[in-house]
Design a protein around this ligand. Structure first.
Ligand code: PLP
Length: 490
């Protein structure tokens, strides 16, 4: 029997769970720093990093992790990555400056994404590794570089599967032109290797991309070049749900509701990417990634162990290792999975003409939702005695019909009250920063770093976080830390 009500329980890291369970922790944080606010947990980030590193350390002597900064603007994460000794992938002048000021030197910085003239000039002057997106960039680097500058360059390639188009990278058919230029400009450009990035979680797609890059490496050697890097990008998945069965049951109930059976479960005319025809629901929903249960390290282990047909069934790790290649990764969301939550406050609850209940909170959709997605994990509210589960939609603070934080119905154990704190779980990956705007002159949400120590939790402004914290003695003497709260025992 399908359990009632349909719920979407979030998977929480034990540190985050312990923080939320500490009596008074959330209330005290909101009272001290205001509402709404983002919290990041650098210790969870460090643990994710260690977990992703372990299959690499087991099977691949040459590897490099470049943290994809774009996933979150948090300085605490960047400082944690720096301290852990990994590299960083930056995609704008601002991310580059954030990485430099957090301690990354040029040898540990890789610049990805499309770049304009001014940025390229700066990168050539700094001699950081440029992951080239297109032939124009490659040509400009050759023109801007001094004769013996040897600017380190990776070539991003795309279009591995027929019919799969990408706006990024050099299509395979154009790589020969890149070889011409790289061969002619050897003094100015140090060609380090090939790169790709796939959003898909599909193992086969990644293996095909790796195989295509291995072919390109062979062709490059034929042209007298000596690439040694194979950069497989990011795209390693997050696990949002704590209960895959309940997730499936929710989706089933939602599909039924789209067919007019049972209680309505969607705001307005939202169908979440499904289409309804002939008495059935078709298509893939926009929220399919929230159903994933395969962890990033599992994905990576499977990839490293995948056999390559063209190489006699030897695994990806064996072929990369035997050919003395270095594998680079650019994980973003996998490193910040479960390492952030967003706290908000209920302003009021209202019922509208069709009987729907709206819970208005003091933030807007863009603070907790990546642009085009529907986040399928339930917000968490404090337990409250009530008449039983109530189905609600969460509404944002903007004066726009579309500022609904959940377009799908969320069942809460009881109707919330004004002033109740609300926790939006697992918001660190793109949810916090990707589309955040200062609409209606509301400021972008502040960010705090939360660490667990033996004597409780400490909360500090993200900009002030240092990896040695806690240990207040580690603060530079000439700099007073802004509010640092020890929140055990509130
Ligand atoms: C080139 C590149 N590398 C890495 C990433 C990080 O991807 P993810 O957060 O999926 O790991 C992105 C994300 O857009 C990207 O464009």
């Amino acid at each position: 029997m399908t359990p009632w009500p349909p719920v979407l329980p979030a998977k929480l890291h034990p540190i985050v769970r312990a923080f939320l369970d500490t009596p008074g922790a959330v209330a005290e944080t909101l009272a001290t720093f205001g509402s709404p606010v983002h919290l990041v947990f650098p210790q969870v980030y460090a643990e994710n990093l260690a977990r992703l590193r372990s299959p690499l350390r087991r099977s691949l002597p040459g590897h490099r992790i470049c943290y994809a900064h774009k996933v979150n603007q948090s300085r605490a994460f960047v400082r944690t990555a720096e301290r852990a000794g990994v590299a960083i992938d930056v995609a704008s002048p601002h991310e580059l400056s954030s990485a430099s000021s957090a301690g990354f030197d040029r040898a540990r910085i890789e610049v990805t994404g499309p770049k304009g003239e001014a940025f390229l000039r700066d990168l050539v002057a700094r001699r950081v590794t440029i992951n080239v997106d297109n032939l124009w960039e490659l040509g400009r680097i050759a023109e801007l570089a001094d004769e013996h500058a040897e600017i380190p360059v990776l070539l991003r390639v795309s279009g591995f599967d027929p019919g799969q188009v990408s706006r990024f990278g050099v299509p395979l058919a154009y790589v020969e032109q890149a070889f011409d230029l790289l061969s002619a400009q050897r003094g100015r450009i140090d060609f380090r290797g090939f790169a790709f990035h796939l959003d898909s979680g599909d193992l086969g797609e990644r293996v095909r991309a790796i195989d295509a890059c291995l072919r390109l490496i062979e062709r490059a050697y034929d042209r007298g070049l000596a690439p040694s890097v194979l950069d497989i990008g990011g795209g390693f998945r997050q696990v949002f749900t704590a209960d895959a069965e309940r997730f499936d049951a929710y989706v089933l109930a939602l599909r039924e509701s789209l067919l007019g059976r049972g209680e309505p479960m969607s705001w307005g005319s939202n169908t979440f990417g499904y289409h309804v025809a002939g008495g059935a629901v078709h298509g893939t929903p926009v929220f399919h990634k929230y159903a994933n249960t395969v962890s990033a390290d599992r994905m990576l282990t499977d990839l490293l162990g995948a056999p390559l047909e063209r190489h006699g069934g030897r695994t990806v790790a064996q072929v990369v290792g035997d050919n003395l290649l270095e594998m680079w990764l650019e994980p973003g969301k996998a490193l910040v999975d479960h390492a952030g939550v967003t706290l908000a406050t209920v302003e009021f609850v209202k019922e509208i003409s069709d009987g729907s209940v709206l819970v208005h909170v003091d933030l807007s959709r863009d603070a907790v939702t990546p642009a085009d997605q529907e986040v399928m994990v339930d917000p968490i509210l404090p337990p409250r005695a009530g008449a039983g589960p109530v189905g609600v939609y969460f509404a944002g603070r903007l004066c726009l019909e579309r500022d609904l934080i959940t377009n799908h119905k969320v069942w809460l154990p009881a109707r919330p009250e004004p002033g109740d704190p609300v926790v939006f779980p697992n918001t660190a990956a793109y949810h916090m920063d990707l589309s955040a705007a200062t609409a209606s002159m509301h400021p972008v949400l502040p960010k705090l770093a939360v660490t667990q120590a033996s004597d409780g939790f400490r909360v500090v402004r993200d900009a002030d976080y240092e990896p040695d914290f806690p240990g207040e003695s580690s603060w530079p003497r000439d700099r007073a830390p802004s509010p640092v709260r020890s929140i055990e025992g509130f």
